[in-house]
Design a protein around this ligand. Structure first.
Ligand SMILES: [Zn+2]
Length: 358
């Protein structure tokens, strides 16, 4: 049933995409016209393809929503790329269903979950749903290793008591491609060595894969090896990011970060994959919700704020500073600055100002 649902969701998504594509080609020159176009609903496809009724109808609705989001993102930011067709050959497949008054629920024994059309299925519950959380939706997915996962989205319904931040308990973080972050006291995240070693191993395995003849039996073997390694590395990284963000969320009242657009950053600074790979975006997301759960806040400051170039002691701006300069001396006051620590200090000061504590 899960595989059948994947298939139906993918079919509907592709059909709807094809329909939109025709209209997009016709009316792309005229934005007003394009906006006024109407498209077929999942219900209308069900009339034509009867077998679509055999799967969870909410999964089909979500396919439509996903496509709409994909187009909205594309129209907003052309870098997002035009929505792509989904392939049957992609081992990664998923669908999302919503909870309607208990249609998705964890059994009292903690070993089963109820999913529409599937009934009670046995699971390995990875994390308890905390008190006061209500299940909103569940995404059933298969990863490239052929393993099945259910991700459950919850909403915190109860009121959280808001923490009023103390000045000395505000943390400023500067992004670092090597160690994840450096804070305003000069401390950096303890990016584990084993994780870095695993990342090197993964890169090596990927290089081997690129040398294999595509589709050959050695290629297939290597592909599986890469996929397994990839899963392991990403789990280890996630584990580290969870621990790191939890510690910070518990120790500090508020955390200030730069609101970086990671995609733009990796492009303009040509730092390449390293920028995206150490999981900074994920780290921010974890930190954000972990702080929110505790009634604390993650403050994002403007990405154009000159955090690196500003002297945190006297406020002089060093216009000559380049990306290579790790240490610099302020012309205004003669202070010697560690680049990242100084930047984190400025980010913190700006955050304190935004929090209205200056
Ligand atoms: Zn200075």
């Amino acid at each position: 049933m899960i595989r059948k649902t994947f298939g139906c969701v993918r079919f509907l998504y592709n059909r709807m995409l094809a329909e939109r594509q025709v209209k997009y080609e016709c009316y792309r020159a005229d934005k007003q016209q394009l906006k006024q176009q109407r498209y077929r609903t999942p219900a209308s496809f069900k009339m034509e393809f009867d077998w679509l009724r055999e799967v969870d109808s909410l999964a089909l609705c979500n396919a439509e929503l996903n496509l709409k989001t994909a187009f909205r993102n594309f129209f907003r930011d052309k870098h997002m790329g035009y929505p792509k067709f989904k392939s049957r050959k992609n081992p990664v497949q998923s669908y999302t269903t919503n909870n309607q008054k208990g249609t998705v629920r964890i059994a009292a024994d903690g070993k089963h979950v109820r999913i529409p059309k599937l009934g009670m299925i046995r699971i390995k519950l990875h994390r308890q749903i905390p008190d006061g959380h209500v299940i909103k939706s569940a995404t059933i997915s298969r990863n490239s290793n052929g393993k099945y996962h259910i991700s459950i989205l919850t909403e915190y319904a109860a009121d959280i008591e808001h923490t009023i931040p103390h000045r000395e308990k505000v943390l400023g973080l500067d992004y670092s491609s090597k160690t994840l972050y450096i804070d305003h006291t000069g401390t950096s995240a303890n990016y584990p060595r084993y994780l870095r070693q695993m990342e090197v191993q993964l890169k090596r395995a990927q290089r081997v894969l690129s040398r294999r003849e595509k589709g050959g039996s050695n290629w297939k073997k290597q592909k599986l090896r890469v996929a397994r390694l990839h899963e392991k590395v990403s789990n280890q990284r996630k584990d580290f990011l969870h621990k790191e963000s939890r510690q910070l969320a518990e120790a500090w009242d508020a955390v200030v970060v730069e609101d970086l657009n990671m995609k733009v950053m990796s492009r303009t600074l040509s730092l390449g994959k390293a920028t995206m790979d150490n999981g900074n975006g994920m780290f921010r997301a974890f930190l954000g919700y972990k702080l929110a759960e505790r009634g604390k806040s993650l403050v994002r400051i403007d990405k154009w704020y000159p955090s690196s170039k500003l002297c945190r002691t006297c406020g002089t701006i060093n216009t000559e500073l380049t990306l290579k300069d790790r240490v610099w001396v302020c012309e205004g006051c003669g202070m010697l600055h560690q680049r990242d620590e100084n930047a984190a200090g400025n980010i913190r000061a700006e955050g304190i100002r935004l929090l209205g504590m200056a």
